[in-house]
Ligand binder design. Structure first.
Ligand SMILES: CCCCCCCC/C=C\CCCCCCCCCCCCCC(=O)NCCO
Length: 580
């Protein structure tokens, strides 16, 4: 078709105008993006400065009040039972206990960077308790540390992401309210890893937390700040959260006690969850402490009418003291290897020591093999990574990706599918599960999601049948396949998660209790190929990361059927009392 020349000229000028508009649009978008990034960086810096100032203020306050190492130690050396009784009978004041723990917490923080910030209102709360007349609550004056993801009115809840620095939260989480109603004094907020979906403890806002027993190692995560703080002696009781091991892994790596209850035995209302729409495997909130007594006290106090009223979806099951204190001999399964990754010798030895101790107490110990752990863990990762980290990635836009999260982020977010499949195939030659996890598909369709639910339900039934066939009351297992790992290395041995994540998939309560410390002989055995052949790639990596680990804590895990936290705690107490 013929077009007159002027038509071309007009067309060209219109195009030119359009290009100008497009250019302008792109420029505005780019400028907005640059501004957003700049603004986020500025906010992060501002946050870092606020935190530094708030620690400096507290330090000054403690100095003004004449608190020193010796004064603090007199109080922080008390067991939770002694502390509770001295606070109840008025021998100790809440403010003095708070000051002692603030001092110690800052000291541990200097070594490990475990605190996000002190809670400034703690002093007011402690003084109010000291002035209070009438009956005292069971946690009266006991300082409690709180994982960063739990809301505390007036504070930022971020999971290590600057996206959440826009506004502070306007109410306390349910567990924080229950703690306060019982007279507890929330006094510090503790660090977490970026997104909370790793078992490290590092993020660009608050930095990396290190292990109190070895500063080159991680405390584990995601409740790693709690692990490091309690493990270092800077808190006696804290609250964590767990969807794959986040209470139990730091407990194991820092040598403290932690309980992951059945989902919803305690409330998680008011705690940050990035993927709360993921319904198949849910997180649990639970206590972490320096003793089983601490965890038991927390469970007794939390499982109360205040909790049942604040969150009516929590089944009104009070702590069953009869079950906890029962002396009836139990039939307990034990295993040291789940077939996914062989634990290092120290972790195997800990299970044997716990088994012997329980046997001496009259329990019957029987070898147990959890059925089909491979399929279970593959389903677990398909579930928790169903959207392959899209939600976190959306919130992270503009933030630096933390080294602890990088490999997972890039595997699922930036690697083109074809390369990921190739990487997965390559991985499969080394480790079948890891290869499957790397190449697993995003769940797009509702029917796939429902099928996955049915598969998990079927697995639960099969597992419970196996448990019943063996007539078990409980099971003990390694706390994890390795003690504390060097910082930022956990993703390279992430199959170790099979020891903890299995119980999240099944929704069984599981607790972690210290049994021993890595010895020279454990290390010798680790390097003896007859004892630890390290045939799999991840086992070779474990062996590498576990060198020079003498003295690191080693826990075991205790597990029971859903809603039988009291059985778990009973075993933990018996192990704590009869090992080491
Ligand atoms: C479990 C087997 C994993 C094998 C992965 C092989 C490693 C290949 C490298 C990169 C791919 C990354 C795959 C990462 C898999 C781990 C996924 C689950 C992480 C869940 C951690 C949960 C921590 C937690 O409990 N958070 C509490 C939140 O409230």
């Amino acid at each position: 078709m013929h077009m007159p020349v002027h038509a071309f000229r007009d067309g060209a000028s219109v195009m030119k105008k359009h290009w100008k508009l497009v250019g302008l649009g792109v420029g505005v978008l780019l400028a907005a993006e640059i501004y957003k990034k700049y603004n986020r960086k500025r906010r992060i810096q501002q946050r870092k400065d606020e935190v530094k100032k708030s620690c400096a203020r507290l330090r000054q306050q403690l100095q003004n009040d004449g608190i020193n190492e010796a004064k603090s130690k007199v109080i922080t050396d008390l067991s939770i039972t002694q502390l509770q009784s001295k606070l109840q009978n008025g021998e100790l004041k809440a403010i003095d206990v708070l000051r002692a723990y603030q001092y110690k917490a800052l000291e541990v923080n200097d070594k490990t960077n475990c605190i996000v910030e002190p809670i400034k209102e703690a002093e007011v709360w402690a003084r109010e308790l000291d002035n209070q007349t009438g009956p005292k609550g069971p946690l009266h004056g006991i300082p409690i540390s709180i994982k960063e993801c739990y809301s505390i009115k007036g504070y930022f809840v971020t999971a290590g992401m600057s996206y959440f620095l826009d506004k502070v939260v306007d109410d306390d989480a349910v567990l924080v309210k229950v703690v306060k109603a019982a007279g507890g004094v929330p006094f510090v907020r503790t660090n977490i890893p970026q997104t909370m979906m790793t078992f490290e403890c590092s993020n660009p806002l608050y930095g990396n937390t290190t292990n109190p027993h070895d500063s080159t190692r991680s405390p584990g995560g995601s409740s790693g700040g709690e692990g490091a703080l309690i493990g270092g002696g800077g808190s006696i009781l804290g609250i964590g959260g767990d969807i794959g091991g986040s209470i139990r892994i730091p407990s194991h790596m820092c040598g403290i006690v932690g309980l992951k209850p059945t989902v919803q035995r305690l409330s998680l209302n008011g705690s940050l969850a990035l993927n709360s729409g993921q319904t198949h495997v849910k997180p649990s909130g639970g206590p972490m402490a320096n003793s089983v007594d601490g965890v038991v006290l927390a469970m007794k106090v939390l499982l109360d009418d205040t909790l049942f009223t604040l969150d009516p979806f929590v089944p009104p099951l009070k702590f069953n003291t009869k079950v906890y204190e029962s002396k009836k001999p139990l039939r307990i399964g034990y295993y040291t290897d789940d077939g996914i990754i062989t634990p290092v010798p120290a972790c195997v030895r800990a299970v044997h020591e716990a088994k012997q101790a329980l046997e001496k107490l009259g329990h019957t110990m029987v070898p147990f093999s959890p059925p089909d752990v491979h399929a279970a863990v593959a389903r677990y990762t398909r579930t928790v990574l169903a959207e392959r980290g899209d939600i976190a990635a959306g919130l992270l836009a503009g933030d630096e990706i933390d080294p602890s999260y990088k490999l997972m982020y890039h595997t699922y977010q930036t690697l083109p599918n074809i390369l990921r499949m190739f990487f997965g195939l390559l991985m499969k030659t080394q480790d079948r599960l890891a290869g499957e996890v790397v190449s697993q598909r995003r769940i797009w369709f509702m029917l796939d999601w429902w099928d996955l639910h049915d598969e998990i339900t079927a697995y639960k039934s099969k597992f419970i049948q196996h448990w019943r066939d063996m007539n078990l009351d409980a099971v003990i297992s390694p706390g994890l396949a390795c003690p504390a790992l060097p910082s930022f290395k956990s993703i390279r041995v992430s199959t170790v998660l099979s020891y903890t994540a299995l119980w999240n998939l099944l929704n069984f309560p599981a607790g972690s209790v210290p049994v021993s410390k890595v010895t020279e002989n454990d290390q010798k055995q680790l390097n003896d190929t007859e004892v630890y052949p390290a045939k799999k790639y991840f086992e070779r990596k474990l062996k590498e990361f576990c060198q020079d680990g003498v003295g690191l804590p080693v826990n075991v895990q205790c597990i029971a059927l859903p809603y039988q936290e009291e059985v778990v705690l009973r075993l933990m107490k018996e192990i704590e009392t009869n090992t080491k």
